[in-house]
Every structure is written in C-alpha cells, then in structure tokens.
Design a protein around this ligand. Sequence first.
Ligand code: ATP
Ligand code: MG
Length: 604
Amino acid sequence: MTAMQWFFGFLKKYRPKLFLALGLVTMTSAIAVVNPYISGIIVDDVIKGGNRKILPLMMLIMIGTTILRSIFRYCFLLTFERSSQNMLYTMRDYVFRRFLEQDFNFYNKNRTGDLMSRQTGDMEAIRHFVAFVIYSIYENTLLFVIALVMIFTVEWRLALCMIAVLPITAFVTYIQLKKVKPAFHNIRQHFSSLNTAVQENVSGNRVVKAFTKEDYEIEKFAIENDGYREAELKAAGIWRKYVPIFEFLANILTVILYLIGGIMVIKSDMSIGKMVTVSGYLWMLNMPLRMAGWLANDYQRFVTSVEKIYSTIVVEPTIKEPENAVEKKRFKGDIEFNHVSYNADEEVILKDINFHIKSGQTVGIIGATGSGKSTLMNLMCRFYDVTAGEILVDGINIRDLDLSSLRGNIGMAMQDVFLFSDTIEGNIAYGRPTCSFEDVVEAAKIANAHDFIMQMSDGYDTIVGERGVGLSGGQKQRISLARALLKNPSIIILDDTTSAVDTETETLIQNALGSIHAKHTVFIIAHRISSIKDADQILVLDNGKIIETGNHEELLEQQGYYSTVFHHQYGDFDEISSSGVSSVKGGNASNISSSGVSSVKGGM
Ligand code: ATP
Ligand code: MG
C-alpha cells in the first residue's frame, strides 16, 4: 500500500458526500457563466438596441443566479469542512491506536516531538487539503474550462489566443511541484525538531534550572527555531519565484482580450456586448492561474504530511499477538527462563539466563547498574522478545500467550515512575478503574502510602501532575507500588520500587507485602540487600549473566559477589578492606551507590 492509498482509504467513507458536494461545485461554476452572458445582452440589446422591456427579467436572472451560487457555495463548503473534520477524527484515532500498539523499540527510536508533529501539524495539512484544496483544484479547473468553452462560443479566435497560456501554466506548475517537494520535507523535519526541543525543555525544565542551563537551552532552541524559519523561508523562496509567473500569465489574458478584442471591435468583427461578455469571463480564467501556485504548494504540503504519517504508522510492531493465542484469565505465576539471551543492536544484554520460580515465591534480583535486571523483567512482560531461549509462564511459552492475558497478570511498578495528570485515586486505580474506593485504600495501605495521602489537603482527590508534581520521589514510588498491587496480578514486579524510601518505611512495606505474598509471585529488583534478603530465591546478575543464585544464607556462604555487597552494606569493614575498597569505610551502609558495588567487584 502506498501512502496515498492509505489516505484515500480514510476518504472512502465520505466519497458519496464529497461527490455530492463536487456536484454543487459544478453547478456553482456552471451558473457563473450566466451573469457575464447577460451583461453582454444588456449592452447589445438594452443599451445599444434600446429593448428596455427585457431589462427587469435580466436583472432578476442575475440576482437569482447570484443567490443560488451563494447557497450552493455555503452547502459545499459545509460538506467539505464537516467531512474533513470527521475524516481527521478517524485518522487521528487510527494513528493514536497505532502508537499504542507499538513496542518499546518504537519509542526508543522515535522522538516524542516527532510523534507529536504527526498528530498535530501533519494532520492539519491533511485537513486543509480535504476541506479546501480538493474543491479548489476542481473548481478552478472547471471555471477555466467553462470560461474557455464560453469564449469559444462567443468568439473562437479570441479563445484560441487565450488557450496559448495553458501549456506554459501546466509546465510551470509541474516544475514548482517538483522543486518545492524536498523543501516541504525539510520543513516537516525542522518542525519535528522544534517540537522536540520544546517538549524536552518543558519535561526537563527542572534539570535545566538545577544546572542553570537556561542560556544554553535558549541558544539550542534558537538553533532549532532558526532552522525552522530557514526551512520555511527556503520553501517560500522557491514558490515566490513562481507566483509572479502565474500573475504574469493571468495579466497576459487581460492584455490579449483588450488588445485583440479591441482591434476586433474597432474592425467591427465583434460587438461591444460580446467584448463585455468575454471580459466578464476573464476572472474565471485569471483566478485559476493566480491560484495555481498556491494550490500546488498546498498539495505538496499535504503529500509530505501523508508520507510522514504513513512512514510512522507503517512500522509493524516487532512484538506481535501470536496466532491462536492462548488466553488465560489467571496464572498461577510459575516462571521459567530457559537459556534466555537478549541482544539489542548486536550488543549482548543478557546471556544464557536459566531459573525456575514456583508460584507464590518471592525472587530478589540484585546486580550492578546496567547488569540487565530491568531487561530481564521487560522480557518477561514481552516488552522485548528474547533473541534465544524461551520464557515459560505456567509452562506456556509467553510467545504463544495472548498479550493482554500475559500483561494483565503482571503488576509492575516500573523503575521510572510515571504518574498521569489525574487524582491520586485515579492513578492508583489505573489498572482497575471499576474497583471500589476501599480497594484503592487497601492497596495504598500495603504500599504505605495511605498516611501521607490522607495528610494532603484533598486526600485521594489530590491532582498530581503527569510526573507527580508536588510528590517526593518515595511518595511517587509508593503510589506506583499501590497501582501495581491494586491490579491484583499473579505476578508482581517491583523494579527499584523502594529505592527512594527510607529503610523503616521499606520494612513496613515488606511486612505488609508479606501478608499477600502467598497469592503472588513477586520479583523484587533492588540494590539494597535489605530489600531482598528475605526472598525465597535471589538471582545475582553481572554483565548480563546470573553469577550466583540461592537464598540469603546460601549466598552468604558462597562468599562471592552477594556476600561482598552484604558486608559492604552492613559494614564488615575488615573484609571490605581486604578486598581493597578502603574508601567505603565509614560510609553509610544502606546508601552505597551501585557504582560503589561495582568497585567492590572490581577489587575482588
Ligand atoms: P539499573 O540497576 O541501573 O536499573 P539494570 O540492571 O536494570 O540497571 P538494564 O536497564 O536492564 O539494567 O540495562 C542493561 C543494559 O542493557 C544496559 O547496558 C543498557 O544500556 C542496555 N539496554 C537496555 N535496554 C536496551 C535497548 N532497548 N537497546 C539497547 N540497549 C539496551
Ligand atoms: Mg533497571
């Protein structure tokens, strides 16, 4: 399918209405011949011939056709406007759904600003085409043809002279279309970059302020702003060259009429009335010529936008719903990773991962930053597909599972907390909007969020911004945890969820979570030993590989990475000193950064 076929697919539904409207355009254009024709009769028969009796009838016809033209125009304008808005509504909806279908890879590769431009500026160019350009091209072509035919019937020699401008017009329009196309692509590119610059600065304004980089950002924005202006000016520079040519061609017609027509009248080859008639048709020839350049521009703008949108939505998500997908309402939560490896862009992220978690078990995952912990969970949710091996949930390969069944059974508190612009209640109930308020409170209590929510002036009705403005990092994490818990999933993933919470609160959360553990398989990713030490099984990841497994005691006995991190965090200074990391001495055990942990490993 080409971009244009895709676009016309949306227009299909409105075809009958648009054809009806084009019928009205045809009638409006056809009626346009009446007034100049009558003007000629008035000059020849009434003014020169003295036949005054027909004057009232002529005036009546002129007024009648003018009113009729206005009514027809109103009707077709309304039809085109409504059809364009309705079609755009469907198209926006479709594009939005396509965006939602896309996987993590798509969002890793596309800038938010680009995607925003697809839904705003590009859609507007398409709307303008449907609402205005389609009928304008048709109406102007029709007016031109009708006027020529009428002039032919009045005075064919004059018409032949006027027709001479046609090939020149067609040629110039073609050249303009060709030249202006890359310029419009360039404009869309710069518009996307400009959008991205604004979006990133709005989202990241706290970082900008913290680093007092306002001047730097203004300079960066000025470059984008400048780029966009230059792109627009460059396109304008191209079509500016062509506008005078069309203007010249339009004026040439007037010259032809008065020069050649004048000579014919003087020589009595043509009556003054006929000359008046032809001059009445002149605007029908002039207007299309003047409009040609502008319409060529609008058309190219539209084509560029359709191509841009199409190239974004045509990308097939790599994560696809399997054929004959297995649907399951509730899983037990038995998880098995068999020789799972994952590469991204040739880079090995996870290598030969094997483990088996039984339903209801709690799993701790620990490892240096960038070791692949989050990726492991992303693979289980099928946000990415494994490169090799298989992941089984309740014995079924997740590639055979219905995606909603799989993800519906997983409650994830992501490392990167995102809260919607909604009330706290709305955010917690996001996964189960129909649940009762009591359920929301219960989830908030387990996540140890209830108390601080109640302290807020509006309690659960407090509106939090898209990034949870006004909430502390730990508060956001606890709302995100409550949101994951309220889904009542069989598998819970807590990715660094208590990293910003003090150890005392963390213990309270762990105790509360303990009471619901039996019903869920829980994965806890953490850098703090305290977060995972009670887990049934702990996986230690390093550089994409599992280097140790076991429970807390078993891992301590192994005297490996885990044991080192434990002593590091719990302050066994002698052992740490002997592993060569003297700088950790005296450091606060629970706040040691993961890079510190890495350095311990490096010293081993
Ligand atoms: P942290 O403790 O900091 O959260 P992590 O163990 O969760 O770290 P991951 O987010 O799983 O680490 O990332 C593991 C590695 O994979 C990193 O080096 C990261 O840069 C890389 N990575 C993750 N996702 C992708 C991706 N989609 N494309 C390319 N590289 C990726
Ligand atoms: Mg992570």
